[in-house]
Design a protein around this ligand. Structure first.
Ligand code: GDP
Length: 608
């Protein structure tokens, strides 16, 4: 039970935390402060948590923590009364006095607040959805297991958890939803599909290993998504654990923990010994309070497919994470071009359920095909509406196929800027050596103007990977390879999704290109993609004018209509297009390596 949208009075919680948490009661009204207090503080009759944070020059997170300690759950925009505020402020060392005349204005919500409340009358708080990120072997899976073991919601049947892609735990009567697939690849792949389901990222960093390349990737991926990060320093049970070193390394990457004056919550844990887990969960609730996550359980559900499979006997099964509304058995649902009726639904413990509320994962039966992970699920009124929605999806798909769009390209950057579609140029920078990153990043960021900001979302040394391209898709970024090439999978994905990858080996050229693109002066570039190579093994004269080269294709393929160069003794002697391509008697469009065929080149006979 929550007491939101209303003023919390007398510092008494309407929803109490468990007994042991309330035992550390503070006096109802702040007692006079001892010497060395933080000074006198005048507070109004009522104020919001945010206002109080400003008044005591602290972060809202800190205030919410103190409130929680006193058994009061409040979010950042919630109004609290003087008595409650006084408890917090005295906890922080202030001598608190009530303002003589409580200004009416602060008791009446501002216009903006009022609007929010009116529109939000249906909104209720929902659990946060959390993803675990971090370097390989730092303990993501182990931590997910430890959390599941310590706090999974007990079921009467003994609570045997099922793997359905997500699970929920309950802490002090509040739920937290964890996505079961850790790692930033899965996280960003979801975003690339247009589904941002995560509210909070837990960054696992092993205390014995410290910040590693994938830790940095994870930080940048979470930042690019605008998702708050909570750090879990794991493996503190190990003798060689060095949490202080980890904190320093995190600070080097801009994650300043609270202990050091920043606002990043950091919790030491041992997934192996199951220590620190409850503290981590408590802190996730704090971050969730600040984020003020809401949804409307009374509307028709929308959600995201987390995973899906075909069961031999039950047919297509899919796990849905409901993002808004309540999903019910019997609902008519649409996922892309797939429709269905929810025939049965199971929770994360394999129990039959009839409803799934916001931020709740549920496995459903009743779709007519297996959907893709990351696709959206929508509940509609009836079969007719479902059919119409499928048609709309198919139409949109067709028009997308007819006019494939580049996500963002340097070529039309200026156009996008002009139209006001773009305020930031997001860049993912991969270099051959670490040392090149900072000078390039600094030069690029210096190009920012008051109209457009150049932002390097992620940088690193090594090849351009699939996860770089996914991040580019999810964040509408271009990828720059400075003496760095894409891995085959990354290249394929970039081609398929229209991600612009640019290659440079001279910093000046790189910066110059971006600058020109920003003012619309970039010359179009033609990128040569080699189809293949063929050797001329025979020449056939056809009439007087035409000669056919009998070739053997040594690698790749030869395509009719594509450009070809004739090379003799290492020198290019002619360049034109392949006019005709024959395999025995047949005209063919293209021919693959290992075959012989006949080629006629445009305007060239002198093969022999
Ligand atoms: P992931 O790749 O990040 O999912 O890492 P795992 O969860 O698979 O853990 C990698 C290894 O570290 C496994 O051998 C775990 O048993 C071990 N491990 C994970 N957490 C801890 C911990 O808190 N303490 C110790 N000593 N080992 C841990």
């Amino acid at each position: 039970m929550r007491s939101r949208g209303s003023t919390i009075r007398n510092g008494r919680p309407r929803r109490a935390r468990p007994a042991q948490a309330i035992k550390s009661e503070q006096p109802e009204i702040a007692a006079p402060m001892p010497d060395g207090s933080a000074g006198e503080l005048e507070l109004p009759h009522t104020l919001t948590v945010k206002d109080l944070a400003e008044a005591v020059k602290s972060s809202p997170v800190e205030i919410i923590k103190v409130l929680m300690k006193n058994g009061v759950m409040a979010n950042i925009n919630q109004t609290i009364d003087f008595d409650t505020a006084a408890i917090v402020a005295s906890d922080l060392g202030f001598n608190v006095v009530e303002q003589k005349r409580a200004p009416e204005a602060s008791a009446v919500p501002s216009k903006v607040q009022q609007l929010v409340y009116e529109d939000a009358s249906q909104l209720r708080h929902r659990p946060p959805v959390v993803t675990i990120l971090g370097h390989v072997d730092h303990g993501k899976t182990k931590l997910l297991d430890a959390i599941r073991k310590t706090n999974v919601i007990e079921s009467e049947a003994g609570g045997i958890t099922q793997h359905i892609g997500a699970y929920q735990v309950e802490v002090h009567g509040q739920k937290i939803t964890f996505l079961d697939t850790p790692g930033h690849e899965a996280f960003t792949a979801m975003r690339a599909r247009g589904a941002q389901v995560t509210d909070i990222a837990v960054l696992v960093t092993a205390a014995d290993d410290g910040v590693m390349p994938q830790t940095v990737e994870a930080i940048n991926h979470a930042r690019a998504a605008g998702v708050p990060i909570v750090v879990a320093i794991n493996k503190i049970d190990k003798p060689e654990a060095n949490p202080e070193r980890v904190k320093q390394q995190l600070a080097d990457h801009g994650l300043i923990i609270e202990e050091w004056g920043g606002d990043v919550i950091c919790v030491p844990v041992s997934a192996k010994m199951q220590t620190g887990i409850n503290e981590l969960l408590d802190n996730l609730l704090v971050v969730a309070e600040v984020a003020d996550l809401k949804a409307n359980p009374s509307r028709r559900a929308v959600g995201t497919i987390l995973e899906a499979s075909l069961d031999n006997t039950k047919g297509p099964m899919a796990t849905v994470l409901v993002s808004d509304g309540t999903l019910k058995v019997g609902d008519v649902v649409v996922v892309d071009d797939i429709t269905g009726h929810v025939k049965a639904m199971f929770n994360d413990q394999g129990k039959h359920v009839r409803r799934a509320e916001p931020a709740t994962p549920a496995k459903i039966l009743g779709l007519n095909a297996v959907p893709q992970a990351g696709a959206s699920l929508v509940v509609v009124a009836d079969d007719k509406a479902a059919k119409a929605l499928v048609q709309k999806y198919l139409d949109e798909k067709q028009s997308r196929a007819a006019a494939p769009t580049k996500i963002i390209s340097l070529d039309d950057l200026f156009g996008q800027l002009e139209k006001g579609h773009l305020k930031e140029l997001n860049v993912i920078l991969k270099t051959d050596v670490e040392g090149s990153i900072e000078p390039i990043r600094a030069s690029l960021e210096r190009l920012s103007t008051d109209k457009v900001k150049v932002k390097v979302l992620h940088s690193g040394s090594g090849n351009i990977t699939e996860s770089d391209v996914l991040l580019a898709i999810a964040s509408k970024a271009i990828v720059i390879g400075f003496n760095s090439r894409p891995e085959p999978g990354a290249r394929r994905l970039a081609d398929a999704e229209g991600v612009d990858i640019r290659f440079y080996s001279v910093i000046y050229n790189l910066v110059d290109d971006i600058q020109k693109a920003m003012v619309g002066l970039l010359e179009p570039v033609f990128v040569e993609a080699v189809d293949g190579h063929a050797e001329v093994r025979a020449v056939f004269q056809v009439g007087r004018k035409s000669s056919i080269a009998g070739v053997y294709i040594t690698d790749g393929r030869v395509v009719r209509g594509h450009q070809a160069r004739i090379v003799r003794a290492g020198s290019v002697i002619h360049t034109s297009s392949v006019n005709s391509l024959r395999h025995f008697k047949d005209d063919v469009r293209e021919m693959a390596a290992g075959n012989e065929c006949g080629i006629v080149m445009e305007g060239f006979q002198e093969f022999a």
